[in-house]
Design a protein around this ligand. Structure first.
Ligand code: NAD
Length: 459
């Protein structure tokens, strides 16, 4: 395995050295082939993800394939202008010069993907990495083997191995990949593994993007439009069976509206998935028995307000509402990453603070309120990756918004142009003209010190 990985990397390095990927037309052609292949295999991708965790086809189209196709479309439209060297103003001290920022590819990029959006989270960074002119090795998640195989077969059909290849496998394969000297590592996954990736990258001083998780609060105040809030929260929480890095993890609701809000949540779950949720074609499963068992354990001893139905044969957990869990309970210790929604009530803003501050900097925070001052207070007071006011999850849909965490929820951000920028080294070059050479900077220094003290005005 070791030799195969090293050999793949060497083949890609040799190819990168040929300068072929520096050609914008070459990159666009590769992305056009990828676009065509995804469109042709869209049903097969849906089937693979369904086989992995019964993700509804509609959800796969909306959050995986169409999401990636939209990114490719944007890149194809904008790549020429993004890749063009950008002129910036020169300084008096460099006069005469033309100063530019060149975008150059890093070289060979490693992308390690998780299982929860197994297609999108492997392919979206790929699109940007290829657009920026890198070669790429993708390690999809072993937890979703059908999708991993499909990704492998798509990439094989679209790219020569020296440009993009897939290495399938589990933790040991990931560890072997991380031993190599990459030019960039893009990792999406848990904070725990993110730390391992960061340590490995540090050995070679490899730049990284870490897209990690967190415990995302969702605050519902007494002024909020409760029915609409419940509808948007249920959608964001139970989409993908709660296995979304930016899903609301827990609710903080003002105690005066808690009862009405819980009633609205239950109504929305019933309207969305019907009376027989297990047989709803719109509801996914949790991934694998170990994740299922972990989630099931979180319910032990809790006050379940709604749901709580499980089936280990099918890794099924129904949309579940839990009433006021203790902060030291298993449910409130870390990221839940499943269809269980704890409801905690608060009386004052200091109650919110006391809870939110327990969990570091989350990937997302949501505020449901009709009071601008409260919305702004939360945005300004707390550090978190991103979020929405009066909605959940949809921040991810705008490609003009960078997507990523802060602190424990990640390093760096991507999507749209940001992905292209992320996979490009920004190389500043001063093009000096030779018709004038101001002598003052050369020794012996002839400028009086008092003049040197004014240099800041020329920089
Ligand atoms: P994970 O960290 O267990 O695995 C991610 C990848 O790392 C997999 O490809 C896996 O093979 C590899 N891996 C696992 N253990 C490893 C080790 N010891 N050394 C090296 N590589 C290893 O994450 P997961 O369970 O697949 O995904 C769920 C997590 O990902 C959640 O915490 C979620 O919040 C996070 N996530 C974040 C984002 C984001 O965009 N910020 C998106 C999706 C998921």
């Amino acid at each position: 395995m070791k030799t195969t990985i090293s050999e793949t990397l060497q083949v890609q390095r040799d190819f990168f050295a040929t300068q072929s990927t520096k050609d914008i037309a070459f990159r666009r052609e590769a992305l056009l082939r990828l676009q065509k292949e995804i469109i042709a295999r869209e049903d097969a991708i849906c089937d693979a993800i369904y086989a992995d965790f019964k993700k509804p086809h509609f959800e796969t189209l909306a959050t995986e394939t169409q999401f990636v196709l939209a990114e490719i479309k944007l890149v194809l439209k904008k790549l020429i202008s993004w890749a063009r060297p950008k002129n910036v103003s020169s300084t008096w001290l460099n006069f005469p010069s033309t100063d530019k920022i060149y975008k150059e590819p890093y070289g060979t990029v490693l992308i390690i993907a998780p299982w929860n959006y197994p297609f999108q989270l492997a392919l979206l960074p790929l699109v940007g990495a290829v657009a920026a002119g890198n070669t790429v090795v993708i390690k999809p998640s072993e937890v979703t083997p059908n999708t991993s195989k499909t990704i492998h077969s798509i990439i094989k059909a679209v790219f020569p191995r020296e440009h993009v290849s897939v290495v399938e496998g589990g933790v040991e394969v990931s560890q072997a990949l991380l031993k190599e000297n990459w030019d960039y590592i893009f990792f999406t996954g848990s904070t725990k593994v993110g730390q391992i990736v960061y340590e490995s990258a540090a050995k070679h001083l490899t730049p990284v993007t870490l897209e990690l998780g967190g415990k995302n609060p969702c605050i519902v105040d007494e002024s909020s439009s409760l029915e609409l809030a419940a509808k948007r929260i249920c959608w964001g929480k139970f989409l993908n069976a709660g296995q979304t890095c930016i899903a609301p993890d827990y609710i903080l609701v003002h105690q005066s509206v808690k009862s009405a809000f819980v009633t609205a949540l239950i109504k929305m779950i019933q309207e969305g998935y019907g009376g027989d949720i297990k047989n709803s074609s719109d509801y996914a499963r949790t991934v694998g028995s170990s994740h299922f068992n972990n989630l099931k354990d979180m319910l032990v001893g809790e006050d379940v307000l709604f749901g709580g139905d499980t089936d280990p044969e099918d890794n099924y957990i129904s949309p579940t509402l839990v009433n006021e869990p203790q902060l030291d309970s298993k449910l409130m210790q870390g990221e839940i990453f499943g269809p269980i929604l704890p409801i905690l009530s608060y009386e004052s803003e200091s109650d919110i603070h006391n809870i939110v501050q327990n969990y570091g900097k989350p990937l997302a925070t949501y505020v449901f309120s009709n009071r601008k001052s409260f919305q702004n207070k939360i945005i300004q007071k707390y550090s978190y990756g991103g979020g929405a006011i009066n909605d959940t999850v949809i921040q991810v849909a705008n490609k003009r918004l960078p997507f990523g965490g802060v602190g424990g929820s990640g390093i760096g951000s991507y999507h749209g142009k940001t992905t292209f920028e992320l996979f490009s080294h920004h190389k500043p070059i001063v093009h000096r003209a030779n018709w004038l050479d101001v002598p003052f900077r050369y020794p012996p220094y002839s400028l009086p010190i008092k003049f040197a003290k004014k240099l800041k005005n020329l920089l």
